[in-house]
Structure formats: C-alpha cells, structure tokens
Ligand binder design. Structure first.
Ligand SMILES: *Cc1c(COP(=O)(O)O)cnc(C)c1O
Length: 493
C-alpha cells in the first residue's frame, strides 16, 4: 500500500475523514449527555407510570396526533424535552392507551416495566440473537425460554420453537411448517383440505394466503352455542372429503378465540387429527399462557397434543408488544421449512443443540427478544404471572355474574377464559343501534375502553380482561360506567 503522508491530495482526504468523523461521533453520546437524556426519558416514563391509574384508557382527539408531521425528519435537531413533548402530545395522548388498567377491549396487551429494562440492556449491548455462533448466550437464553414454554404447554422434549414478533407471524411459521411437513405439492393444493371455524383469527386466513394455500379447499366447521368447533361436524367433514377424493391435512383450532375467548374442544380434535393423520395447529395467541395456572390448565387440556402451537407473551405473559412465540412438536419440521444454509448440517447442529433462530424462522437478524422475557421471569419468578392469569379468569367470571344482575343486560355464554360478551336489551327501539351508542358513550367517557363484535348476527359488546393492571376495582368501574351510560341513553330515547 502507498503511503498517504506526503501527498497533498491525501492530506485533503485525511482532513475530510476527520471532518466526517466529528459529525459521525455524535452518534455516540458521552457519559454526561447520556446522563441528561436518560434522566429526561426516565422522568417522562415515571410521570406516565405514576399517573397510570388516572390516565384515560381512551382519549378522543380531533387531530389524532397529526402534529407529529409538523416536525419532519431533516438536519434540524430537537432538544430531548421538545422531542418528549411531541411524543406526549401526539403519541401518548390521542386514541387508545393500552397501558391503562381500563383497557378491556380487543385482547389487551401487557407492558410490564421489567421487560422495558430487559429491552434497554438488549438494545444498548445489541447482542446478536440470529445465529448461534455470534450470540451463543443470547440464543441459549431464547432456547431456554422456548423449552420452558414447551414444558408448561406439555410438549415433549425435542420440541422446536421460535420467539416471533407476535401471534400473526407465529401462526404463519406454524402453518408453513405444517405445509412442508405434509409435503404438499403445488399440484395437490386444490385437492387438499384445511378445517377451521369462522371464529379463527384473521391472521390465520392471512397466513394461509401468504403460505400459498388459499386454493386449498377451506372448510368452515360448525360450532356449538359457545362458538367452539363441533368435533363431530369436523369428523363428518373429513370423512366426507376423503370420500370425495380430497386430502384432508390441516386442522386449525383456537385456544381462546379473540371474539369470545372460546376454547375449541382440543382433546376431541387431537383424537380426530391423530386418527386421520392431520396436522393440528392450535392458535393460543391469546389463551395459551393460561396453561400456567391450574384453572387454565384444566380448561386447555388437549392443547399439549397439538403439532404446532402459538402463544403470545405480549398477551398472556404481559410483555410489551413485540413478543409472540410458536412451538412445533418436532423441531426438524421447523428446520425443514426454514433452514437457509446447508441441509447436511442438520443432524450435527441438532445433536449439539446449537440450532439458530435463523434456521427455524423466516428471520435472520432480529430483535433480541429473549431478554425482555427472561428478565421479568428471573426477577419475579413464575408465581405472580400465574396469579395474575388466574385473577383475570375470575374477574371475567365476576363481570359475567354482575352484568347479568343489572336489569336489561344479558350476557353471552359463560366465559371459557377472560372474555365476556353482553348487550343491553332496550325497552323499545333497535337493540343493535342502542348497543352501538352505548359503546360509543363508554369510549367517549374514556375511563375504560371496550370493543364490540357481531355474534349470530347481533351487535354485542365485549369485556376482555388481560391487562395486568386490571383488578377488581377496574371491573367494578366498568360495571358502574355501563349502568350509568345505559340509564342515560334509555332515558333519552
Ligand atoms: C392476537 C391474536 C392473534 C394475532 O396476534 P398478534 O400478536 O396480534 O399478531 C392471533 N390469534 C389470536 C387468537 C389472537 O388473539
């Protein structure tokens, strides 16, 4: 290599590099600046947490955070205080506040503080959690978490899994593993049949499409009054399809549907899948972690017999958004669907227990999701999670009993898990319209947030108890708001 030193041209280059370096070094704040911005951020989150019990669950705002667009990305800089002000006004005020104890809509997520600190460490150290060679400890940690989930779900040794960004990707991973395990060829697709109910989550339909399976024969299995799959109807369909010369290969059942929290009869479905050699994929994104408590374990019997299972730690383990998981009974099924280097390394890698997440999922580089799950579990132990889950079951049952005592309110079937559906039957007028308005009034009030769905052609309101901050007082608050708003609306008719 030529010496740079005495060439005036090169001196200019060195100056240029130095100049660039000066700006580039702004990417690494010195300790003094770290201290300032960190303390401002911590002040901001402390302010949020210290007032979390009185912050609204929903804030109706005309501008919907549009002010964030007034400060475009450019070479201009903001002070940390101005940046946090923008975040507060535009992100943390308008719309749904999922951190609120009053979030009883959809399926609430978590957001436990311990996870934020796990993420903080993961982000600062930026350990690589895609490939074993690079992040041995990180990947061992994630594998340990998967093994733990497999053990609580009753899956055998040798179960494979992956920590995903959420339940949708986890469903996709499970269904792709099923597709490849079944060795479906493109020419077979139109004769191959998938079985699910209309209560399956829409991410399942999406996964079927993405996985190139939308031209399969997709059978909608009848349900009982609890909106659970009817196993007799399932078996009849399978027999019928076989007779027709079709190839039944996949049953997608749900352990806790999003609409009503219904658990499909997993044991009966497992028997049918076993007998007819179908892959059983169970979507437990919402309900799966209830297996941690005794009550839930009984309710979820049969889940352990699934070939693949989805569980969302950002739902049932109260983690912040960004944590789903999929378990596959035979790790090799996952590997065969997602390996990316050399198939011939499979046995050696599996034998040494050193498969990488990149071998078992669509991702290569990914967020180190393990630490946000590991830290809270290590600092708290499992017991508080178990208690919180059982508490949510009882809170839903409590709500179910109490709402039925209020005149003119009627509830759906007894909750399988922690979702209750109900509606108000007004003295006169259109009930659907009344309940829509009732829900609007509750959301406008903002102390609690509920959502709705349609069941058997009717508009129904739902209470979904899963936020770790929701306790008995939250449910009593929801009940009193519902009574108050219903009375007001009824008197204004
Ligand atoms: C939430 C949910 C999903 C989707 O999970 P995401 O984490 O939102 O992607 C899938 N299935 C069920 C039953 C769910 O409740």
């Amino acid at each position: 290599m030529r010496s740079l030193k005495n060439d005036p041209q090169d001196i200019a280059v060195i100056d240029k590099i130095r100049e660039l370096e000066k700006l580039a070094r702004l990417l690494e704040p010195p300790e003094s600046r770290r201290e300032i911005i960190r303390s401002r951020v911590v002040d901001y989150t402390e302010e949020f947490l210290n007032h979390i019990d009185t912050l609204p669950a929903f804030t109706t705002s005309a501008d919907q955070g549009i002010g964030i667009l007034d400060s475009p990305i450019s070479d201009d800089t903001l002070s940390i205080d101005s940046a946090l002000q923008l975040v507060h006004e535009n992100l943390d005020v308008p719309g749904l506040n999922p951190a609120s104890r009053g979030h009883l809509g959809y399926i609430p997520g978590g957001g436990i503080y311990y996870s934020a600190l796990g993420d903080y460490i993961a982000d600062v150290t930026n350990r690589y959690a895609g490939v074993f060679y690079a992040g041995t400890g990180a990947i061992r940690m994630e594998q340990m978490l998967i093994d733990w989930m497999a053990s609580i779900a009753g899956f055998p040794k040798g179960t494979g899994g992956n920590l995903t960004s959420g339940g949708s990707i986890a469903n996709l991973v499970g269904i792709v593993a099923a597709r490849d395990a079944t060795e479906l060829k493109p020419k077979d697709i139109e004769q191959s049949a998938i079985y699910l109910t209309t209560q399956a989550h829409h991410s399942v339909d999406k996964a079927i499409r993405i996985a190139g399976l939308k031209h399969c024969v997709i059978r909608s299995v009848d349900m009982d009054v609890h909106h659970r799959m009817d196993p007799d109807a399932l078996e009849q369909l399978i027999l019928h399809d076989k007779e027709m010369g079709l190839h039944p290969w996949l049953v997608i059942c749900t352990a806790g549907t999003t609409d009503t929290g219904a658990i499909d009869p997993l044991t009966a479905i497992a028997d049918i899948c076993q007998h007819h050699h179908l892959w059983m994929h169970t979507d437990g994104a919402y309900g799966g972690f209830f297996v941690l408590c005794e009550e839930g374990k009984t309710l979820l019997e049969g889940m352990s017999r699934s070939d693949s299972l989805v569980m969302d730690p950002h739902k049932g383990l109260f983690l912040p958004y960004g944590s789903g998981a999929v378990l596959v009974r035979e790790q090799s099924r996952l590997f065969n669907a997602f390996w990316y280097q050399a198939n011939y390394l499979q046995d050696a890698a599996a034998a040494s227990g050193e498969l990488s997440p990149a071998d078992l999922s669509p991702e290569l580089t990914k967020h180190f999701r393990g630490l946000r799950m590991w830290l809270p579990l290590k600092l708290l132990g499992i017991a508080p999670f178990r208690a919180a889950l059982e508490e949510k079951l009882w809170l839903a049952r409590y709500f179910y009993e109490e709402i039925r005592k209020v005149p003119r309110f009627e509830a759906g079937t007894y909750p399988d898990l922690s979702v209750v559906t109900f509606r108000y039957v007004p003295a006169r007028g259109d009930a659907d319209r009344f309940n829509e308005r009732l829900l609007q009034e509750v959301v406008r009030d903002g102390r609690v947030f509920l959502s709705s769905t349609r069941l058997n052609g009717q508009f129904v309101i739902r209470v979904a108890v899963l936020c770790f901050r929701s306790h008995l007082d939250t449910i009593d608050l929801a009940l009193s708001i519902l009574k108050e708003k219903a009375l007001l609306l009824e008197s204004s008719l």
